[in-house]
Design a protein around this ligand. Structure first.
Ligand SMILES: Nc1ncnc2c1ncn2[C@@H]1O[C@H](COP(=O)(O)OP(=O)(O)OP(=O)(O)O)[C@@H](O)[C@H]1O
Length: 631
């Protein structure tokens, strides 16, 4: 391993070997100005010094490792300019915060301070998102815990989830029964919201959470991913291992008793993987239905062409005997973690929520907010417009057949099923379209009164709506439920919706802006990942260009030492420093190529280099260029 001879920022020789005691003795004075900035590797030796403080905490003074008094490095000896951080004079908070960063085993508050410091210090920095230290320790706890688990021990919330993990023997399918594919339970509790005591921030300051997507969105996305990957033992649940092009069936309908109310037949829903495109779909099985007229299959063609933001798209339909009966299977887009409108507003959880409002008076009003009702109405009207314009009728506007796939985002589900089930009776589309509008009115009345029996006593329900909602909403519901004279159209509803549509557009665009800003934050993670990939390509490469020492010599030596500086530091007790804030700060500065200089220490601690991030960046770019040129 041959350290380069010349590496200084300004072309000076900044490499020094520790051969003389004299230089050791002098080092303390000449380097003390940079003590606060000294590489953390020097802390290793401080643990050996009996005078070193055993414990450091948030309010500790600037860290001056006693080991530096015996350090091999003398700034004069290596002709290095004394390093004075730019912000040291003008920003005492920044300096002390950075010094605090030398102390490990700190608490979250410190990391927050260092994030603030970085914001104030470097105008070019929009990034630097440190993570709580407790997250890191939790992460290591997590990995320790996982190693103790047999897969069968992992229990998941939910009634049948435990068994997803218990079966490891079923098939060679991608997901089913493959122990290696099983994922660990997510630790949602790790995602804390900002602590209350860090709220007194100046306008230009941000908390750490300000650098990442919101906790709720992150958790929601994790849950969705988790749901997509869940599997169940086909044998145990009496499911076919393969159904047409689909496999890894997972029941979504967990209720024991199956109703025939909606379709006239019992139905079940399964999540499944398609072996053709690898995507996840929802299969709806109509049980015990024998298709007598092959022409009925053609009705699905019209539905397949419909693509709308408020309609669950249908992909195909086929018959199957794989369940041991004559089943009709409809394949829809799968929307993970969606609930039916019924579940959201009338299900057990909704009822529980309305009972446990802490401190609420007994007759608290739990009605659905009017803005939400208008939003539902606008979305469903938009869906109906699309369907009616295609010469079709929805035929199922029922709370159990409308999916809520996001916040107040609804989609008509099960489209096309009734057309096939009643193909022989040749229904009149114009009448069915009128029924759609009537059913929409009934749905709105049911939701507004928050009662499944609201349509049994219309005059009472209208009174209730008049009391609790605006005249506009009442008139709209009355219009939807009125007799068609001679015909009502969706266009009439749209005209009546008028300015409410503008409000809806405004809300949707605001939500879109929020998501876009969240996306922007995560973009930075992609940038850092690319940087880490470059490190991976370069560091520890066994051989390049017939040179086994390539990754250890020349520019690459600096990259190696920088990698040690970022990832392999130890604290004064010799324990690994796992500080994500430090890693992110270093990588962000590297990516920006700032002129700030750092001290890199060789592994034997006999020499050190003072280099700027800009120079390290140039080294990485050059090494990476070499590698990519060789292709
Ligand atoms: N396309 C889909 N994507 C994701 N989940 C779906 C999809 N279709 C249905 N589901 C889920 O499947 C579950 C059962 O749906 P289903 O339509 O059978 O509701 P249900 O209330 O059980 O009605 P029924 O009483 O008619 O069986 C619901 O939780 C629903 O969220």
């Amino acid at each position: 391993m041959a350290p380069p001879s010349t590496v200084s920022a300004n072309g000076d020789d900044t490499t020094s070997n520790n051969n003389s005691n004299a230089s050791n003795n002098n080092a303390g004075s000449s380097v003390s100005a940079t003590n606060a900035w000294a590489p953390k590797t020097t802390a290793k030796t401080s643990a050996l010094n009996p005078t070193a403080k055993p414990k450091l905490h948030v309010n500790s003074p600037i860290f001056k490792p006693s080991s530096l008094s015996t350090s091999s490095v003398k700034a004069d000896a290596i002709n290095a300019p004394e390093f004075v951080p730019k912000s040291a004079q003008d920003n005492s908070l920044a300096a002390s915060a950075y010094s605090d960063r030398q102390l490990y085993g700190r608490k979250y508050a410190q990391t927050a301070v260092s994030a603030l410091w970085y914001l104030e210090r470097d105008e070019r920095n929009p990034y630097a998102p440190p993570i709580q230290n407790n997250l890191i320790s939790s992460m290591s706890n997590l990995s320790n815990n996982f190693s103790q688990f047999g897969m069968n021990d992992i229990s998941m919330p939910g009634s049948i989830q435990g068994s997803y993990y218990g079966e490891g023997s079923m098939s060679g399918y991608y997901y089913q029964g493959s122990g290696a594919m099983l994922h660990q339970p997510l630790q949602y509790h790790l995602y804390n919201t900002p602590l209350p005591h860090v709220s007194n921030l100046l306008p230009h300051q941000k908390t750490i959470h300000g650098f990442f997507i919101s906790d709720t969105l992150r958790e929601e996305l994790h849950r969705k991913n988790e749901m997509i990957l869940q599997t169940v033992s086909a044998q145990e649940y009496g499911l076919p291992e393969e159904l047409h092009e689909y496999h890894s069936l997972y029941p979504l309908d967990l209720t024991q008793e199956k109703s025939t109310e909606v379709f006239g037949y019992q139905s079940s829903v399964y999540k499944s993987m398609c072996s053709v495109d690898g995507r996840t779909y929802a299969l709806r099985r109509i049980e015990g239905f024998r298709l007598t007229n092959e022409l009925a299959m053609q009705t699905i063609e019209g539905w397949r062409r419909i693509r709308h933001a408020n309609i669950v798209s249908i992909r195909e339909a086929f018959t199957s005997k794989a369940f041991g009966d004559h089943s009709l299977i409809f394949v829809y887009d799968y929307h993970p973690c969606s609930k039916t409108l019924y579940d959201v507003h009338f299900g057990p959880q909704a009822q529980l929520a309305s009972q446990v409002v802490v401190g609420a008076p007994k007759n608290t009003d739990h009605s659905i907010h009017e803005r939400i009702l208008w939003s539902y109405l606008i979305q469903l009207t938009s869906a109906l417009k699309k369907i009616h314009s295609a010469g079709l009728a929805a035929r199922l506007i029922d709370p159990t057949k409308i999916l809520v796939t996001g916040k107040n985002r609804v989609r008509l589900n099960c489209c096309g099923i009734m057309d096939m089930l009643t193909f022989d009776s040749a229904p009149n589309i114009a009448h069915l379209q009128q029924d759609d509008i009537l059913n929409l009115g009934q749905l709105m009345m049911t939701l507004a009164c928050k009662s499944l029996t609201a349509t049994h006593n219309i005059s009472k329900s209208v009174d209730y709506i008049a009391q609790h909602y605006t005249q506009d909403l009442k008139n709209m519901i009355l219009f939807l439920m009125s007799q068609p004279v001679p015909m009502k159209t969706v266009d009439q509803i749209i005209t009546m919706l008028g300015p409410r549509v503008l409000q809806e557009i405004n809300d949707v665009q605001n939500a879109n802006d929020i998501l876009e800003s969240d996306l922007g934050r995560e973009l930075e993670n992609g940038r850092l990942t690319r940087l880490l990939m470059k490190f991976g390509f370069i560091n520890e490469r066994p051989e390049f260009d017939m040179d086994p020492a390539w990754s250890e010599t020349g520019d690459r030596y600096i990259i190696k030492l920088f990698r040690d500086y970022v990832f392999h530091q130890v604290d004064e007790a010799g324990l690994p420093v796992l500080d994500v804030a430090h890693v992110l700060t270093c990588l962000n500065k590297l990516d920006a190529g700032v002129d700030e200089k750092i001290v890199l220490m060789s592994r034997d601690e006999l020499s050190c280099l003072i280099v700027s991030y800009r120079e390290i960046k140039a080294c990485i770019e050059s090494a990476f260029r070499d590698l990519s040129k060789s292709k």
